[in-house]
Write a protein that binds this ligand. Structure first.
Ligand code: ARG
Ligand code: GLU
Length: 672
C-alpha cells in the first residue's frame, strides 16, 4: 500500500507539476524520472544510471571520506574529487621542506603515491526499499515508543542479514521522507587510498574565501587519488603489495566541451536539505538564526583576518579555520537573502492555509499546522540560546579545547594564536551577554562577570602567558551543564515531536498534492545518500540589470591575478603558459575553459560529484553553488539556483601542461 502510494506520487510529479530541475532523485527509482530526463536531452536509460545486475554509472561514483563525493576515471582506480575535499590529506603530507599545499604534488610513478591512513572510499553495492521489512509487525495505533523499538529491532536484523559473510562492507538503513520509507544501503569500503596529485592551492583554492560561493568563479578545485585493493581486487588495509583497484566502471571523459543549454547530470552524495519545512522554521532561519550566527562569525572573522594580515605565520595557522568559519558565514547570508527575495515564507504560509482548509475533517492532518506553530513558538528562544552556545560560548578555541579534555593537544597548539582567541573571547562573550536574556545565562557566567567587572578583565585572567586551561574548562563545563540541565530537555522533546509531525505532514503534503495537483515536487530530503540531479548548462541574472554567462576561462584567472593579494596570486608557471598561449589541445577560442554553472539541484556533500553529459561521460566536477541560490537547501528557484563545476578540461590542462603528468592522461579514456 505504502509503496504504491509513493509510486503514484512519483509518477504524478514527473508530469506537468514539475518545477524545472528541482530535485535530488533516488538512483534506484530513476525510472520514474527517465522520461523527463530524456526529453531534456539525456541519451541513456534508467538501467544505465543504476542497475542491480549489470555495471552502471553508479559503480564509478564513490562516497569520499564521508563528507564528499568522488569518481573513478580510469581502469586503474584513479579518482578525482575536489581540492577542498582532499585538503586535509594534502595538508597532512605537507611540511616546510615539502609544502604540497603551496606547491602542489604530483606522483610521477606509482611508488610516489602517498597513503592516507583513515581515509576511506565507499562504492555503493546496492540499495533497496526495505520499508515493509522495517515496519514488519507494526499495527495501527501502536505507541511511538513501541514503533521505534520495533523499527530498531527489524533494522538490526536487516543489517545483520546484509552483512552476513561479507567483510569490508558498510551497511545502513536510512529513513526517507521523515520515516515514511526506509532504504537499505550496502557499500564496499576501501581503505587504501593514495594521493596522486594536487595543484598548488593558488590554483586549487584560487579566489579563496573572497570568491567562495560566487560566480564568476575561476577555482581549479580538484585533486587526484587512487584506490588500491588486495590481489583479489577486494578491499584490503594498506599494504605495499596492494594493487590498483580494477573498477566495475569508470567514467570516460568528454573533452569536446559544453555549450549553454546542454543537458547535465550530477551523481553524488548530497548531505542535508529541508525542502518541506514549515514556514515558521524558515522564518526563524532567515530572520533570527542566520542573522545572529552571521553577526557572531563576523566578529570572529574580523579578528582573524586582522591578525592574519599582520603575520604570514598566523595566516598559515588560521588558513583552514578561517576557511571553515567563513564558508558557512557566507552561505547563511546568501540563504537568508534568497529566502526573503523569493518570498518563500509567504508562499509557504499560503500553502499551509490551503492545506489546512483541505485537511478539515481529516483527523490525522487537520491540526498539524496549528501544532507546528505552537511547537516552533515554544522553542524559538531556546533555539537561539543554543545557537549562541555553539557560535559564541563554545566558539572560543581554548574553552572548547579545555572543556573537551584537551584532546589533540599537539595539533591544537600548532595552529593556535592566543591574541586571536582572546579577542574572540571578549567579542563573543560580550555579544552573548548583551543578546541573551538573563534567565538563560548560567549563574557561573554571571558570577564570573561580576567578579571581574568586565569581559575584558575576565579575559585577562584566562589568556595569561600560559593560558588558564582550568578556567577555560570551568566555563565550558558550567555553561554547557546549565544549558543541558535546564533547556536542552525541553528543546529535545519538542524537536522530537516536530520530527514526528513531519512524518505525518510529509504524507499529508503528498495526499494534498495528489488531491489538488498542488505545487510541490516530491523527492526525499537529502541525507547523505546517493542521488541524481539533472538540469542544463545555463546563465542567470542575480540582480536587476545583471546577467552572468555560464562559462569561465583562463583569461578570467589572468584578469584576477594579483601577486599582492594572497588569494589571487597564481603560480608563475601558469602566467608563463598564458603568455606563451601554450594550451595544447585544451585551447578553446584562444583560452582554456575553467568552470561552468548549470541548474542541477545540489548541496554540501555534492562537492567532488561527477557532472555528466547526455551520454554519461564526465564533463566536470561539482564544487560549489552560486551565492544567490544557496536557499535551495530550503527552497529551490530555477531562475537563480546554479551549481558550479570545474570544467574537466581545466583539470586536464593543469595535469598536462603544469604538472607534466602525461602518464595520468594516458590511463584516462578521453573523448577528443
Ligand atoms: N563553498 C564550498 C563548500 O561549501 C567550498 C568550500 C571550501 N572553500 C573555501 N574557500 N572555504 O564546501
Ligand atoms: N562546497 C560544497 C561541498 O563541499 C558544495 C557546495 C554546496 O553546498 O552546494 O560539498
Amino acid at each position: 500500500m505504502r509503496k504504491i502510494l509513493f509510486a503514484v506520487i512519483f509518477l504524478l510529479s514527473g508530469t506537468s507539476l514539475l518545477r524545472a530541475d528541482e530535485g535530488m532523485w533516488l538512483p534506484s527509482e530513476i525510472i520514474l524520472k527517465i522520461k523527463d530526463m530524456q526529453e531534456k536531452g539525456f541519451k541513456l536509460t534508467a538501467e544505465d544510471i543504476y542497475s542491480i545486475n549489470n555495471s552502471s554509472l553508479k559503480d564509478a561514483v564513490v562516497h569520499f571520506g564521508g563528507g564528499c563525493t568522488g569518481e573513478i576515471i580510469s581502469n586503474e582506480g584513479l579518482l578525482i574529487t575536489n581540492h577542498h575535499c582532499g585538503y586535509g590529506q594534502i595538508q597532512q603530507h605537507s611540511s616546510v621542506e615539502h609544502d604540497y599545499l603551496t606547491n602542489g604534488f604530483w606522483a610521477m610513478t606509482r611508488d610516489q603515491e602517498l597513503p592516507n591512513p583513515g581515509l576511506t572510499v565507499s562504492f555503493l553495492d546496492y540499495m533497496e526499499d526495505v520499508t515493509e521489512q522495517v515496519m514488519k509487525g507494526y499495527k495501527k495505533g501502536m505507541s511511538e515508543e513501541k514503533r521505534t523499538e520495533l523499527i530498531e529491532k527489524n533494522t538490526k536484523k536487516i543489517i545483520e542479514k546484509a552483512k552476513k559473510g561479507r567483510s569490508s562492507v558498510s551497511v545502513s538503513v536510512k529513513p526517507l521522507y521523515y520515516g515514511n520509507q526506509y532504504y537499505l544501503y550496502v557499500f564496499k569500503v576501501f581503505s587504501d587510498v593514495r594521493l596522486v596529485g594536487a595543484p598548488p592551492s593558488s590554483i586549487g583554492k584560487f579566489g579563496g574565501d573572497t570568491d567562495n560561493w560566487m560566480w564568476p568563479r575561476h577555482t581549479g578545485d580538484f585533486s587526484l587519488f587512487r584506490v588500491y585493493a588486495g590481489p583479489d581486487n577486494e578491499p584490503a588495509p594498506y599494504s605495499k603489495d596492494n594493487v590498483p583497484y580494477k573498477p566495475k566502471r569508470f567514467f570516460k571523459i568528454n573533452a569536446k566541451g559544453i555549450q549553454e543549454g546542454d543537458f547535465t547530470m550530477v551523481y553524488g552524495f548530497p548531505g542535508r536539505t529541508n525542502e518541506y519545512l514549515f514556514s515558521d522554521a524558515v522564518k526563524y532561519t532567515a530572520y533570527k538564526s542566520n542573522p545572529h550566527k552571521i553577526a557572531l562569525r563576523t566578529l570572529r572573522l574580523d579578528i582573524q583576518n586582522r591578525e592574519m594580515a599582520k603575520d604570514p605565520a598566523v595566516r598559515i595557522k588560521y588558513a583552514s579555520k578561517n576557511a571553515n568559519v567563513s564558508n558557512a558565514w557566507k552561505k547563511w547570508q546568501g540563504e537568508a537573502k534568497g529566502i526573503i527575495k523569493m518570498r518563500a515564507i509567504e508562499n509557504k504560509q499560503e500553502f499551509e492555509a490551503n492545506f489546512t482548509k483541505w485537511s478539515e475533517g481529516k483527523p490525522e492532518y487537520e491540526n498539524l499546522v496549528s501544532r507546528f506553530r505552537e511547537l516552533y513558538a515554544a522553542i524559538e528562544e531556546i533555539s537561539l540560546v543554543r545557537d549562541y552556545q555553539s557560535e559564541a560560548l563554545n566558539a572560543v578555541e581554548l574553552v572548547a579545547f579545555a572543556g573537551r579534555g584537551q584532546r589533540g593537544a599537539e595539533r591544537f597548539y600548532k595552529d593556535y594564536y592566543m591574541p586571536i582567541d582572546k579577542d574572540c573571547f571578549i567579542a563573543l562573550y560580550k555579544a552573548y551577554d548583551k543578546n541573551i536574556a538573563d534567565k538563560y545565562k548560567a549563574p557561573y557566567f554571571k558570577e564570573q562577570l561580576q567578579k571581574f567587572g568586565s569581559v575584558e578583565a575576565w579575559a585577562e585572567a584566562i589568556f595569561t602567558q600560559e593560558p588558564n586551561l582550568e578556567m577555560a574548562a570551568e566555563i565550558y563545563r558550567n555553561t554547557n551543564k546549565f544549558f543541558n540541565d535546564n533547556f536542552a530537555p525541553v528543546l529535545d522533546s519538542v524537536n522530537r515531536e516536530i520530527t514526528l509531525l513531519y512524518r505525518t505532514y510529509m504524507m499529508g503534503q503528498m495526499e494534498y498534492n495528489k488531491a489538488t495537483r498542488g505545487m510541490k515536487v516530491f523527492y526525499p530530503d537529502a541525507n547523505s545518500t546517493l542521488r541524481v540531479a539533472y538540469g542544463q548548462v545555463k546563465g542567470y541574472s542575480p540582480s536587476d540589470a545583471v546577467y552572468y554567462t555560464p562559462v569561465s576561462s583562463l583569461d578570467g584567472i589572468i584578469e584576477k591575478d594579483n601577486p599582492e593579494i594572497y588569494d589571487y596570486n597564481i603560480p608563475q608557471a601558469l602566467r608563463d603558459l598564458h603568455a606563451a598561449k601554450d594550451y595544447g589541445e585544451w585551447e578553446v577560442n584562444g583560452s582554456v575553459p575553467v568552470a561552468f554553472i548549470a541548474t542541477n539541484h545540489t548541496t554540501g556533500g555534492n562537492s567532488g560529484s561527477p557532472v555528466l553529459d547526455a551520454e554519461g561521460n564526465l564533463i566536470g566536477v561539482n564544487f560549489d553553488r552560486v551565492w544567490e541560490g544557496t536557499m535551495s537547501d530550503v527552497v529551490y528557484d530555477p531562475e537563480i539556483c546554479r551549481n558550479i563545476s570545474l570544467d574537466i578540461r581545466f583539470a586536464l590542462f593543469i595535469i598536462d601542461k603544469l604538472a607534466d603528468a602525461d602518464h595520468l592522461l594516458e590511463e584516462m579514456e578521453i573523448i577528443r
